[in-house]
Design a protein around this ligand. Structure first.
Ligand SMILES: *Cc1c(COP(=O)(O)O)cnc(C)c1O
Length: 430
């Protein structure tokens, strides 16, 4: 062998064994964060930590500190971090066929569409469109509504407190004015009506309404459920007035609440459902399911598209995630661990209200100290989130163990005490 050939072989071996550090270099948390500030747009504020590694429900930061991840990338890491089966399927798909244009299809795309139709008990004629995120799934839903309504039905109803994403159509449907107003004019026609208020819905429904878009449980608003009566009325009134009912299950879908989807009461189906977050088990993917023939025909050839949507790796990741959820009895675990949280949280002093829907859990504190609890939790090695000043949200991996749940419950009184002390004496804690 010539020396050159030997070097080539050595180089190939190094490349095949390379991990991300080979292209990033290394640093402490502090070093990375100062580089972050210099290079990343400030839309997310200051990141809390620099995370470098995960396994199951645990993650480690750049300084080697371990955390129990009770947020799961905001309801994304359905099976925790680095799940061996999901990782293996993704790696082998990437090593086999990573991307094709939508002039072509691939087995994983087709099999995932079939699987979603099966799990959602979709009636004949139902179809799937794949996107790459929640906001993109909702953009497709927005276009479904426009296609259905045309110029005669320009109105899209959405709810106060609702969150649907950050691109323009999804943003128009998102309630929070501070997210929307700097970017006006919005796509026209969206109206926000009161949350869980059947009379307000009845008043708003008329022949100008193309669609009602709702989250069955509002996640970003602090885990607030719509009542079964509201969901029933939503189905009846949209049907009566010829409008589409679109469920945004980006956060609630794919086993998060202990069933595959929240859906509607009485075995009714919506006209469309959007998914993302947990679907790919951590890999980016979004989807729209249209239920029945009518909604499934609203977008025809050429009317919508995406370069990456439905790509082999993302659809393989989702298939692998669904396979594990289905074959490892994970939804039963969701119900069991949810009960551990619900019972335990209700007993903690300073916790006012607990809303546990599977492993999508919001709990209110008696004081506005949620941000302080998040900080104290991080120090103590737990990742949680504060969607409101007095609300903590948990959306951990669906395979979290009861023991892991109990470790947080045991720590929570001290976290609340720390946050309370910090609120009473801000100078000392600063
Ligand atoms: C997170 C979320 C979205 C947006 O999803 P992205 O992937 O961040 O674009 C939309 N709807 C709901 C209900 C969500 O929770």
């Amino acid at each position: 062998m010539t020396e050159n050939k030997q070097n080539d072989g050595q180089q190939a071996a190094e490349l095949a064994n390379a991990n991300a550090a080979a292209v990033t270099g290394t640093g402490t948390g502090e070093q990375w964060l100062s580089r972050y500030k210099e290079s990343l747009m400030g839309v997310f504020g200051s990141p809390q930590r620099v995370l470098v590694r995960g396994a199951g429900a645990l993650v480690w930061d750049a300084d080697g500190k371990e955390y129990l991840d009770l947020l799961g990338g905001i309801a994304v890491n359905a099976l925790g971090h680095a799940h061996p089966f999901v990782t293996s399927v993704i790696s082998s798909q990437l090593a086999t066929l990573g991307h094709v244009s939508n002039f072509f299809t691939s087995p994983t795309q087709i099999a995932l569409a079939e699987k979603l139709l099966e799990l959602s008990a979709a009636p004949a004629g139902s179809k799937v469109f794949f996107a790459n995120s929640g906001t993109e799934a909702n953009e497709a839903a927005f276009k479904l509504a426009r296609s259905h309504g045309g110029k005669e039905r320009p109105t899209i109803l959405a709810l106060e407190g609702g969150f649907h994403g950050r691109t323009m159509g999804a943003l128009a449907m998102t309630a929070k004015a501070a997210y929307r107003e700097p970017f006006e004019p919005m796509p026209a026609g969206v109206r926000h009506i009161a949350f869980n208020d059947i009379e307000a819905l009845r008043d708003a429904m008329d022949s100008s309404v193309a669609a009602l878009v709702i989250e069955p449980i509002q996640g970003e608003a602090g885990v607030r459920p719509l009542s079964a009566e509201y969901l029933k009325a939503a189905r009846e009134l949209t049907r009566e007035h010829g409008a589409l009912l679109i469920l945004d299950e980006v956060q609630t879908g794919v086993g998060r609440t202990g069933s595959w989807f929240v859906g509607l009461p009485d075995g009714e189906t919506a006209d469309a459902m959007t998914l993302a977050k947990g679907l790919g088990g951590g890999f980016p993917i979004g989807a729209v399911v249209t239920f029945g023939e009518g909604p499934s025909r609203l977008l025809s050839a050429g009317q919508h598209g995406t370069t990456f949507g439905g790509n082999p790796v993302a659809t393989a990741a989702a298939l692998a995630t669904l396979h594990v959820l289905e074959t490892q009895n994970v939804l039963a675990n969701v119900a069991a661990v949810s009960a551990v949280f619900a019972e335990g949280l209700a007993k903690v002093d300073g916790v006012a209200d607990v809303r546990a829907f599977g492993l999508l859990i919001g709990f209110d504190l008696t004081e506005d100290i949620a941000a302080g609890v998040v900080t104290a939790a991080l120090e103590a090695g737990f990742i949680v989130n504060a969607p409101r000043p007095n609300t903590i949200r948990l959306a951990p991996p669906l395979n979290l163990t009861a023991e892991q749940a109990r470790s947080f419950l045991a720590a929570l009184p001290a976290l609340i005490a720390t946050a309370t002390a910090a609120a009473q004496n801000p100078e000392k804690s600063a």
